[in-house]
Write a protein that binds this ligand. Sequence first.
Ligand code: IMP
Length: 434
Amino acid sequence: MPNIVIAGAQWGDEGKGKVVDLLSEKVQVVARYNGGHNAGHTVIINGERFVLHLIPSGILHPGILCVMGGGMVIDPWALEKEIAELRARGVDLGENLVVSDRAHVILPHHRALEAMAEEMRGERKIGTTLRGIGPAYEDKAGRRGLRMGDLLRPEHVAGKLAEARRNYELICRGAGRAPEVDWDALVVDLAGFGERLRPRIADVSLVLHREISRGYSILFEGAQATLLDLDHGTYPFVTSSSAAAGGVATGLGVPPTRVDGALGIAKAYTTRVGAGPLPSEIGGSLEEEIRERGAEFGASTGRPRRCGWFDAVVVKYAVRVNGFDSLCLTKLDVLDLLPEIKVCVAYRHGSETLSEFPADLSVLEACEPVYETLPGWGTPTVGVRSFTELPSAAQGYVERLSAMVGCEIGMVSTGPDRRDTLIRATSVLASWFE
Ligand code: IMP
């Protein structure tokens, strides 16, 4: 199989975990390029539910090399917990998990800073996951961060933390807060992580180039999604990493010329956790019904997800930014019983009709969705494994979305299990699988 990147086409939680898990059978390496334990990838195998936050979902396949890239931010407490939980459930990680020496470390002061920042935002809270993600990337960009490779030289850690500590204490002073970090105890803890994680910490660019030269295939796994991407998302209501496909190059040290294709994951409707605009938000009891049917509660934080109709403006934008060759449409079955289904085809902004996604949040917030209404199919599609077996209105829905966003929909997911997936024989995807 060629080297493919998988990225979310909306605001996250599109079901990437399941698709990565499915495609892992076809590759030798799965490499994640961004984010941290703010992500929650749910995979259901033979009825057993796994939720992964940091480790690529490929780990559930024996023999697959899983790589955590330098574009990630890693909380070593969370990483060790996830490793222990997987082990307890019989998943043997062996030497199959490699962590970039360049990935930045999430530290206790990052969580403290994030709580303060969210509090100070008042009405304009981002609704972050409070895992320290944003402040860890801030320390990285501020050139005072600690990297996973630094844990291998514990004698230097205290010195490397000095600037981050100064910056944190300065902020605390300004906010009239007492700093809450015990830095001496932290240095001891970090030395322990360095010792235990030593065999896994490596130059992942080198590892991946070696795998490519052996002819092995890589699946590049993005966390979060295009509309949460720091550059391309609904800034400032975004995460702090490069979630769109472009993150592969910077987040893994694999050049764009080594990426052969891109697969976007989009839900058959839209969801969003946290604050920020969601133009096609449904509201009322229908939104609640869809939330319940789709079990739309955050895998990481348990927060209820806001639900909207499929927004073709958003997904068309994501197709452009990521260069998707194909899309996987997930959770089609959640819409099964609706008599009719709306799709947002454009935005009305004052007297203008916008067909392209705006960068300016104040414009987006003032937009009214323009809907096209499509007929529902009123029959269960759960577990359908061939496109022609879908009810004709469901086929029509998929075809119409595809035409609106300008990209084929090569895969449809019709249930949570790995097997509840159909791949269209005529799609680019099918040719990747050959
Ligand atoms: P942060 O990533 O914790 O800084 O949160 C920033 C925004 O991204 C918030 O709106 C979060 O709800 C959202 N977010 C972060 N990770 C995920 C995810 O995995 N799925 C969906 N939303 C996410």
